[in-house]
Design a protein. Structure first.
Length: 541
């Protein structure tokens, strides 16, 4: 407050920029963007906002006298862009309506196109976002001295993001080259190059760009740069690159460094915990590596713990998260899945019944209760719970058919294709807990789902393979190849052969797969793994 008051005494200044950090992730500890924002100015009648949204007032200010404006070190935290709040208020859709009305009144300009593109990005509508951002970029470059527009750097960054999401990597690189020629210290643009290289599995090239980000540090606030792009986010990306190259010790070190540098950014907790469990670390060791007191980090580590096969420990961690945050739906679902893996079925039902009406995970928890009744063969309990389940969800139709089988009632010969995904998920869950009788019952329904037979075999084969049933996986992939030869099925057979220590058979399947798809990236990765295994065998011999 004292710093703000001291600013007001500088009568030779007309306005002041502050450093505003906009939190854009799922919570205040998530992703954020820092930029210079004009938030303090003289109270003059001619200074009025223009536009319906992201209003501007600088048009009426003396921008031709830059000495009248001062950039301060005052920090402002803005939480209005948090995804949870946007979802609750449907803020982006409201903004789009306002912007559309503004465009209808005054026509589309470069700034309005940027804002429309940004709002469509927030809604996940990448193609629509790209169309507006491309228009903004075209219109902006028609303006004289466009490089001086304060929002030009953020347009470059967002357009690069959208081009990458749309798969236009060459377009990203061209845009970044043009942007860096004007803003050579724009770290976010260099970060985009790293991501593009990683998309192409060019791990070494990606690392070069990440190292450059670390040299630059975070982008200047004037660019509305991503906080951490030149520090902890870049370090976390180094971890991902090291992991992709099989340098697991280095990857773990980078993830630890990223968490230590910015404990509020908890995303590295998941890959770090995964790597630690993979090398045999105990739950206590993993927890000691997490940022102290960060519930979100414990939640991510609990997920890794569950995936590593430590269901009892993960159940404890999920329960601890719920002690701190009783309304955490992700933790509730995680606890239910952990209890299920432990076959603690009564506890699963008890936790599932704690679901809150209107919660995003309400249907998932209800489905968990239905699943327990179905695998137990309890038709009466299944029917009672089904009566409370939303009838328009695929799970309702699937469990309705399952109930019909248990009750000896008629089941349609063909079930709708929309049941495919949920059925695959439940089949894998049954394999995981070795409930084979229930698996056979559900498999009878799976065989009736209206999808291509080759797809049915291919997907089931992948489930068998993940759960370690190699012979069953091979049978399904062989059936898939007989029905409709595909590189995916042949690669699956190659994986099975490699897992069974049959490198010659694996090489044969791999050759056949690459005849069908010469540029298949998975085939290239598998060939590397095969070569490594053969080399190791030669050394051992």
């Amino acid at each position: 407050v004292s710093e703000l008051r001291s600013l007001l005494g500088r009568t030779w200044r007309e306005a002041f920029n502050v450093v505003e950090t906009n939190y854009t992730g799922g919570e205040a500890s998530g992703e954020s963007v820092a930029h210079l924002a004009l938030r303090i100015w003289r109270n003059r009648p001619e200074y009025r906002f223009e536009g319906r949204i992201h209003e501007q007032k600088t048009q009426s200010m003396p921008n031709y006298l830059p000495e009248r404006f001062e950039t301060t070190g005052v920090q402002v935290a803005h939480y209005g862009y948090l995804k949870s709040r946007i979802s609750a208020k449907e803020k982006s859709r409201r903004n789009i309506e306002l912007l559309d009305a503004q465009v209808e009144e005054g026509g589309l300009n470069a700034f309005a196109a940027l804002n429309l593109g940004t709002e469509w990005m927030a809604l996940g509508e990448t193609a629509k976002a790209g169309a507006y951002l491309e228009q903004s970029w075209t219109m902006l470059r028609r303006q004289p001295a466009w490089q001086g527009q304060p929002w030009a750097p953020i347009l470059l960054s967002r357009l690069a993001t959208v081009r990458r999401e749309l798969g236009d990597l060459s377009g990203v690189r061209a845009l970044v080259a043009e942007g860096l020629a004007i803003y050579p210290d724009h770290t976010d643009l260099v970060f985009k190059l790293a991501l593009c290289a990683a998309d192409e599995r060019d791990w070494a090239g990606a690392e070069v760009h990440v190292r450059r980000c670390l040299e630059l540090g975070d982008a200047p606030a004037a660019y509305s740069g991503t906080v951490g792009g030149g520090t902890y986010l870049a370090t976390a990306l180094l971890g991902r690159l090291s992991e992709a190259r099989g340098q697991l010790g280095e990857a773990e070190g980078h993830y630890r460094e990223a968490l230590a540098a910015h404990p509020s950014f908890v995303a590295p907790a998941l890959p770090l915990a995964t790597l630690m469990f993979r090398r045999g670390a105990s739950a206590a060791e993993v927890e000691a590596a997490l940022p102290a007191g960060r519930t979100a980090a414990l939640l991510l580590a609990a997920s890794a713990c569950y995936e590593a096969g430590h269901a009892a420990e993960s159940a404890t961690w999920f329960a601890r998260v719920l002690e701190r945050e009783p309304g955490n739906g992700a933790a509730r679902v995680g606890l239910v899945e952990s209890l299920l893996a432990e076959k603690r079925y009564d506890e699963v039902v008890g936790e599932a019944r704690l679901r809150e009406a209107g919660s995003p995970v309400e249907s998932s928890l209800a489905a968990a209760e239905l699943f327990i009744h179905a695998l137990r063969g309890d038709a009466a309990a299944l029917a009672a719970t089904l009566a409370t389940f939303p009838p328009d969800l695929p799970e309702a139709a699937l469990f309705g058919a399952w109930h019909a089988l248990l009750a000896g009632a008629a089941v349609p010969d063909v079930l709708p294709g929309e049941l495919f995904g949920v059925t695959v998920t439940l089949l894998e869950a049954l394999l995981r807990i070795a409930e084979f009788t229930a698996f056979e019952t559900l498999h009878a329904l799976y065989a009736r789902i209206d999808v291509a037979p080759a797809l049915r075999s291919d997907v089931l084969a992948a489930v068998y393979f993940r759960r370690g049933y190699l012979d069953s996986a091979a049978d399904e992939w062989i059936a898939c190849v007989e029905l409709e030869p595909s590189a995916g099925a042949l690669l699956g057979l190659a994986h099975v052969a490699l897992a069974k220590d049959l490198p010659a058979d694996a090489a044969l399947m791999l050759d056949e797969a690459q005849l069908l798809e010469p540029d298949n990236a998975d085939a290239a990765a598998l060939r590397e793994a095969l070569a490594a295994k053969l080399a190791a065998a030669q050394v051992a011999a």
